[in-house]
Design a protein around this ligand. Structure first.
Ligand code: HEC
Length: 103
Protein backbone atom coordinates (compact mmCIF):
# COMPACT_ATOMS: atom_id res chain seq x y z
CA UNK A 1 0.00 0.00 0.00
CA UNK A 2 1.86 3.00 -1.35
CA UNK A 3 -0.68 5.65 -0.45
CA UNK A 4 -0.03 5.45 3.25
CA UNK A 5 2.82 7.98 3.48
CA UNK A 6 0.74 10.73 1.91
CA UNK A 7 -2.27 9.80 3.99
CA UNK A 8 -0.21 9.75 7.18
CA UNK A 9 1.19 13.12 6.39
CA UNK A 10 -2.20 14.65 5.68
CA UNK A 11 -3.67 13.13 8.79
CA UNK A 12 -0.84 14.41 10.98
CA UNK A 13 -1.18 17.81 9.40
CA UNK A 14 -4.94 17.92 9.84
CA UNK A 15 -4.51 16.91 13.43
CA UNK A 16 -1.89 19.58 14.09
CA UNK A 17 -4.11 22.24 12.53
CA UNK A 18 -7.06 21.04 14.47
CA UNK A 19 -5.23 21.03 17.76
CA UNK A 20 -3.72 24.45 17.13
CA UNK A 21 -6.92 26.11 15.99
CA UNK A 22 -9.16 24.83 18.69
CA UNK A 23 -9.70 26.67 21.95
CA UNK A 24 -11.21 23.61 23.56
CA UNK A 25 -8.45 21.25 24.56
CA UNK A 26 -8.92 18.22 22.32
CA UNK A 27 -6.23 16.13 23.96
CA UNK A 28 -5.41 15.62 27.59
CA UNK A 29 -2.79 13.53 29.30
CA UNK A 30 -4.17 10.16 30.35
CA UNK A 31 -3.90 11.32 33.95
CA UNK A 32 -6.34 14.17 33.23
CA UNK A 33 -9.15 11.98 31.93
CA UNK A 34 -12.32 12.40 33.98
CA UNK A 35 -13.38 9.62 36.34
CA UNK A 36 -9.86 8.31 36.79
CA UNK A 37 -9.64 4.63 37.53
CA UNK A 38 -13.00 3.88 35.88
CA UNK A 39 -13.18 1.18 33.21
CA UNK A 40 -14.07 3.87 30.65
CA UNK A 41 -10.93 5.91 31.32
CA UNK A 42 -8.88 2.72 31.05
CA UNK A 43 -10.50 1.91 27.70
CA UNK A 44 -9.67 5.34 26.30
CA UNK A 45 -6.08 4.97 27.49
CA UNK A 46 -5.95 1.49 26.00
CA UNK A 47 -7.57 2.09 22.62
CA UNK A 48 -7.21 5.78 21.87
CA UNK A 49 -3.60 6.75 22.52
CA UNK A 50 -1.64 4.80 19.91
CA UNK A 51 -1.80 7.63 17.36
CA UNK A 52 -2.36 10.78 19.43
CA UNK A 53 -2.77 11.86 23.02
CA UNK A 54 -5.81 10.83 25.00
CA UNK A 55 -8.82 12.61 23.48
CA UNK A 56 -10.68 14.80 25.92
CA UNK A 57 -14.27 13.52 26.30
CA UNK A 58 -15.47 17.13 26.51
CA UNK A 59 -14.17 17.86 23.01
CA UNK A 60 -17.40 16.46 21.52
CA UNK A 61 -21.07 16.17 22.38
CA UNK A 62 -22.58 12.76 23.10
CA UNK A 63 -24.18 12.83 19.68
CA UNK A 64 -20.89 13.55 17.91
CA UNK A 65 -18.92 10.86 19.70
CA UNK A 66 -20.51 7.90 17.89
CA UNK A 67 -19.36 9.25 14.52
CA UNK A 68 -15.88 10.16 15.76
CA UNK A 69 -15.35 6.73 17.29
CA UNK A 70 -16.54 5.07 14.10
CA UNK A 71 -13.94 7.08 12.17
CA UNK A 72 -11.27 6.07 14.71
CA UNK A 73 -12.28 2.44 14.27
CA UNK A 74 -11.49 2.87 10.58
CA UNK A 75 -8.14 4.42 11.42
CA UNK A 76 -7.35 1.52 13.73
CA UNK A 77 -8.14 -1.03 11.03
CA UNK A 78 -6.27 0.94 8.34
CA UNK A 79 -3.22 1.21 10.57
CA UNK A 80 -3.28 -2.45 11.55
CA UNK A 81 -4.23 -2.00 15.21
CA UNK A 82 -7.45 -3.95 14.70
CA UNK A 83 -10.99 -2.84 15.46
CA UNK A 84 -12.06 -2.32 19.06
CA UNK A 85 -14.13 -5.39 19.99
CA UNK A 86 -17.85 -4.90 20.54
CA UNK A 87 -17.67 -5.70 24.27
CA UNK A 88 -15.25 -2.79 24.80
CA UNK A 89 -16.76 -0.45 22.23
CA UNK A 90 -20.05 0.03 24.09
CA UNK A 91 -18.55 1.00 27.48
CA UNK A 92 -15.91 3.14 25.75
CA UNK A 93 -18.57 5.07 23.88
CA UNK A 94 -20.76 5.34 26.99
CA UNK A 95 -17.83 6.82 28.88
CA UNK A 96 -17.07 9.41 26.19
CA UNK A 97 -20.74 10.32 25.89
CA UNK A 98 -21.34 10.63 29.61
CA UNK A 99 -18.43 13.07 29.88
CA UNK A 100 -19.18 14.75 26.57
CA UNK A 101 -19.70 18.46 26.04
CA UNK A 102 -23.23 19.73 26.60
CA UNK A 103 -25.27 19.90 23.38
C1 HEC B 1 -4.81 4.19 14.46
C2 HEC B 1 -4.63 5.54 14.88
C3 HEC B 1 -5.69 6.16 15.76
C4 HEC B 1 -6.28 5.64 16.89
C5 HEC B 1 -5.99 4.31 17.56
C6 HEC B 1 -7.23 6.63 17.35
N1 HEC B 1 -7.19 7.73 16.55
FE1 HEC B 1 -8.18 9.47 16.84
N2 HEC B 1 -7.28 10.29 15.22
C7 HEC B 1 -6.44 9.61 14.35
C8 HEC B 1 -6.13 10.46 13.22
C9 HEC B 1 -5.25 10.07 12.05
C10 HEC B 1 -6.79 11.68 13.45
C11 HEC B 1 -6.84 12.94 12.54
C12 HEC B 1 -7.78 12.69 11.36
C13 HEC B 1 -9.22 12.52 11.76
O1 HEC B 1 -9.74 13.35 12.53
O2 HEC B 1 -9.85 11.54 11.32
C14 HEC B 1 -7.47 11.54 14.73
C15 HEC B 1 -8.19 12.55 15.32
C16 HEC B 1 -8.93 12.41 16.48
C17 HEC B 1 -9.70 13.46 17.11
C18 HEC B 1 -9.72 14.92 16.66
C19 HEC B 1 -10.67 15.06 15.48
C20 HEC B 1 -12.09 15.22 15.91
O3 HEC B 1 -12.98 14.75 15.17
O4 HEC B 1 -12.34 15.79 16.99
C21 HEC B 1 -10.36 12.91 18.17
C22 HEC B 1 -11.30 13.60 19.14
C23 HEC B 1 -9.99 11.50 18.21
N3 HEC B 1 -9.10 11.24 17.20
C24 HEC B 1 -10.49 10.59 19.12
C25 HEC B 1 -10.10 9.26 19.21
C26 HEC B 1 -10.70 8.27 20.09
C27 HEC B 1 -11.84 8.52 21.05
C28 HEC B 1 -10.01 7.11 19.89
C29 HEC B 1 -10.26 5.76 20.55
C30 HEC B 1 -11.58 5.21 20.35
C31 HEC B 1 -9.00 7.37 18.87
N4 HEC B 1 -9.09 8.67 18.47
C32 HEC B 1 -8.07 6.44 18.44
C33 HEC B 1 -5.94 8.35 14.51
C34 HEC B 1 -6.28 7.49 15.55
Amino acid sequence: MKRSIIIDWCAACALALLMAGCSQKPQVSAAELPDQGSPGAALVTGYCTECHGAPSPSSHTAREWAGVVERMQNWRVTKGFGAIPERDLRPLLDYLKSHGRAE
